[in-house]
Structures are given as C-alpha cells and as structure tokens.
Design a protein around this ligand. Sequence first.
Ligand SMILES: C[S@@+](CC[C@H](N)C(=O)[O-])C[C@H]1O[C@@H](n2cnc3c(N)ncnc32)[C@H](O)[C@@H]1O
Length: 376
Amino acid sequence: MSDSQRIQHIEAARKLISSLQTNEEKMYELTYAQPIVFAILQTGLDVGLWAGWTKAGGHAMTISELCQVCEREIDPKLLSRMLRLLAAANIIEEIGEDTFKSTPFSLACGDDGSFIPRSIQCSTHHFVMTDITLPKYLAEIGYKNPDDPVKSGYAFWEPGHRDFFARCMAEPDSQNFFSGWMRCWTDQKLPWPVYFDTNTLVEGADLSAAPLCVDIGGHHGIDLSRVVDKHPDLPNGSLVLQDLPECLSEVKGLSEKITMMPYNFFTPQPVKGARSYYLHCVLHDWPGDKARLLVENIANAMKKGYSKLLINDIVMPRTGASLTQTVMDMQCMALGSAYERTEPMWTSLLQEAGLKIVKIWPDGRGYESLIEAELA
Ligand SMILES: C[S@@+](CC[C@H](N)C(=O)[O-])C[C@H]1O[C@@H](n2cnc3c(N)ncnc32)[C@H](O)[C@@H]1O
C-alpha cells in the first residue's frame, strides 16, 4: 500500500466512524474522552512510565512490575486505573487482569529518539492552553479574523503575554519541546527532493559564487540533510541553515556540507545571489505585513534569472481541505494570528514582493506543495 493510499484509508475510516456515531457519542468522544486520554498519557510521561517501560523492553508486565519501572513513586491503584483507560483507547494492550503490553506507539512515547515524548510535552506546554482559551480570545477580539501576531491567542493566555517564538527564545524548555515537536512533524513528511526536482537547481548552479540552497527558518536542518542524501557530491558549505540563535544552538550532527548561520529573517538577507532560498512551514506562521517583509528580504537578495524562491507550505484547496490542513490553519491562527494560504493568496503575496510563481509541485499526499517562484 502506498503512503497516499494509507492516508486515504484513514480518511475513509474516519468518515465511516463519524457516520456510525450518534450526536451524543460524537460529543462524548470529542469533549469528554479525548481530553482525559491525553491527560493520562502526559501523566505517564511525568512519572517516567513510558521511558521505564521502553527501557525494560516493553514486554507484558503486571501493575506491580510497572510501578517498579516508573521513575516516580505511584500508587498501584492509580496506575491500574490509568492503564485500563489507555488500553481501552488502544494506546497499550491489556492481556489479562492488571497485566499490560506495550504497543509501537507506547514504546515511542518512552523513546526520546522518536521525538514523541517532547511532542506530547509541547502540546501540554504550548498548544492545549492556547486551544482551550481560544473561544475567550475570539470573543475578546469581537470575532474578527485574528491578524495581529503580537496580540495572538497565544499571547492572550501566556502569563507574560509573550508571543510563541518570543517565549521559545526566552525559555530553554519552551524551545526544547517545540524543537521536538517540529522534528517529529517534519521527519514524517515526504522528503521534498522526492516531489521537487532538485536536479534543476544543481544543474546550472555556480557554487563558487554562492550557495545552492539557503533554508531560512530551517530549524533542525532535516530538509537540507535530505538534499545531501540526494546529492552526496555537493561541496562543503553549499547549503546554509538559517534560524534564530536559540534554535540553532540545539542542532547537532549535521553534515559538513551544511553551514549554520544565526539570522533573524525580518532583517536583510545576508546571503546574496544563492541558487535557491527555501522556506518550509515558515510563512504560515506570519500574517500580512510580517510575511511581506520576510519575502521582500529574500527578493532583495535574489539574482534575476538565476535565484529561485522555494516555498514548501500548504496551498489550501478552495473546497475539500483535509483535517491536517485545516487543523494547521486553525493552530497557526491561535498561536500567531496567521493562516494557511490559497493559491490566489500566495500569488498576491509573491507579486507584492516582485516575484512570480513558476510552478506548484504537490507532495502527492494531499498535504503540502512546493511553490517554485522567481523574480518577475
Ligand atoms: C514552524 S517552524 C518550521 C521549521 C522548519 N522549516 C520545518 O519545516 O521543519 C518555524 C521556524 O521559524 C523560526 N523563526 C521564527 N522566527 C524567526 C525569525 N525572526 N528569524 C529566523 N527564524 C525564525 C523558528 O525558530 C522555527 O524554526
């Protein structure tokens, strides 16, 4: 089964479940069951259950054995009730009275190399509060479409009223949890050199003059590592990873072909005349003037007829947007008063900075697309 078929089956199964559920069952699952399942999953993380169980091999264990693998002391009666819920939610498997077996997912919850534990922490730390307070925030701003990144839904509840990235820069835990989430999310995507022909960049590139690709807001460098995988003969320094210094300080183990460069993308782009400038999931964090400034800073560094701007983001379909696309749109709204863009919105954002779309390369999964643009 191909990956896109697998995703289509999930969508079809979701539709089937939805058509079978009564209104009351839908309400119960959404508002009563999911929140407590998530809260107990997080509690498992807090007491070190997942890490301890994974380290012990994940095999079937009784409640008293599982109490022993936890890093914190926990009442066996409490753990038993927690695990009964998580077995009913298919997060672990119940194989007998008070005896449970792990699943691939619960094993990943205990393996920091999977980035799942930090993603769960990220939801608790950043997303859940933003979502739960969103109705109050939207009422406060009179149900206008949010467009002020400073007065975002995130800043509404955050004790210091900081925006999302400001808090990440100020607090190592906030940055660390976000980095884990970002890594987890980007890792599972199809590598962009699979659906965009990077050979067209390499051919005709003058790497003695400027880099092949500058990944702006590239965070962990996965996307440039994927270029290295496809083009192992590139010279050192032909790829540049730019992000905020607080973010880059966490990045380790990149190829020597990738140069890290701390940079604030609201200031002039220091790398001039690169073959390509790449933005993945960056513009969807920024509305209006901020997005325009970011794109203008790139356009001003581009060489006409040579440089490309490559935007890897959602191109929101006019109808039939998927759950992953619409969830991302609403989370960008809640976190930063931002949004996913339709093709006309992308066209006008680029036009305002003197750029034009050359081609849109869909990822084949119905999620993101790579927008290839150049100076008009
Ligand atoms: C949603 S993440 C995308 C990361 C990566 N491109 C990916 O797709 O996995 C947005 C990135 O923008 C970075 N960022 C936010 N504000 C920035 C700024 N002013 N200058 C440079 N990078 C910034 C964040 O640190 C983060 O890595």
